[in-house]
Design a protein around this ligand. Sequence first.
Ligand code: SF4
Length: 161
Amino acid sequence: MTCWSWGRHLQVGMGGMAESPSGPWYRDGLRFECSRCGNCCTGPSGAVWFTAEEGQAMAAMLGVSEATFHRTYARQINGRWSLREHASPQGLDCVFLTRDTSGKSGCRLYAARPRQCGTWPFWAENVVSPQMWEAVKRQTPCPGMGSGPLVTIEEIVARLT
Ligand code: SF4
């Protein structure tokens, strides 16, 4: 499963923050359009962190108690809650990753997914430099990064915070 707070697929050095007096390197925006390949939700073991409020929202969407949600769908890593993962032909899938008959991925809890999922790939660690952006794109691999409509710097910053 992808999505460590450091993306699970990030095994590359971060390098220095590429910021100039005129703003960050992505000041003109970045292109992104999800192709629903599902790569960001599978692969090597990782974590999908969620807050107490996010856990309550996911439990409510499933119609189960918070305790049942934690017991069935979550695990604790160093005192923090993460979603569970399970093995699939693609790697270790997030417990809520779905695939349709055409292979397109989806999320069983899309409307209540944790912020970590909704802000991908615009994580602070991913946009620290253009080299890191390209490395994450290549290593995930995420074909949506660098393609599709332009995401403005304002939209990127809103997802970073
Ligand atoms: S890896 Fe990128 S293109 Fe594939 S599902 Fe995730 S966000 Fe979408």
